[in-house]
Design a protein around this ligand. Sequence first.
Ligand code: CA
Length: 238
Amino acid sequence: MSKKILVVEDEQSIATLLKYNLEQSGYSVITAHDGEEGRDMAVDQRPDLMILDLMLPKMDGIEVCKELRQQKVNLPILMLTAKDDEFDKVLGLELGADDYMTKPFSPREVVARVKAILRRSLSNQEASEAAEEETEYKEVGELKVYPEQYEAYFQGQLLELTPKEFELLLYLTNNKGRVLTRDQLLSAVWNYDFAGDTRIVDVHISHVREKIESNTKKPVYIKTIRGLGYKLEEPKVR
Ligand code: CA
């Protein structure tokens, strides 16, 4: 779906120019011609970004910004100012504009700025979503491990694991894609800080495999790395 841009600009020629150029770049564009209309459209139509002229009839850009932020409408705002506007840029940014441009500008400049702002707000959103997942669970293929709850699911089914099996699986999951030696696993999961009997690792690995591998002879999750140890990896899609 294309991103929706709201252009609030009372000068018809500028509004038309911006609409044309943004549409050429694949955005869908709605326009408003005074401050009140702009504020209402921002609330009702939820655009992804607003280009907001500072000097507008009925309600100026600063007021629109302020009201939207008070109503917790958090869309990115690119403010347009004329060269001779007595506009305090710091004030504009403090009131909630994300960026501003001074007229006259080239439409190409505006499109580049719009792209940059949208990219920025998208990556913020993705970063916070990723952080949320981090605390919730680790996912490898059809395996989900919940560190806090001490639970693991495979294909949506709760796995019956002993505490050590769970800790082993969690450690492997946290180190997904990395080869772990038997000694490493022994010290991480069993807290043996000396070279203990590594067969205990092999036994637990085989127990975990029985619960998550459809064919334990040909495991797709927990791979044996000959002469080294084990590695948990994303199963290859066939
Ligand atoms: Ca104006």
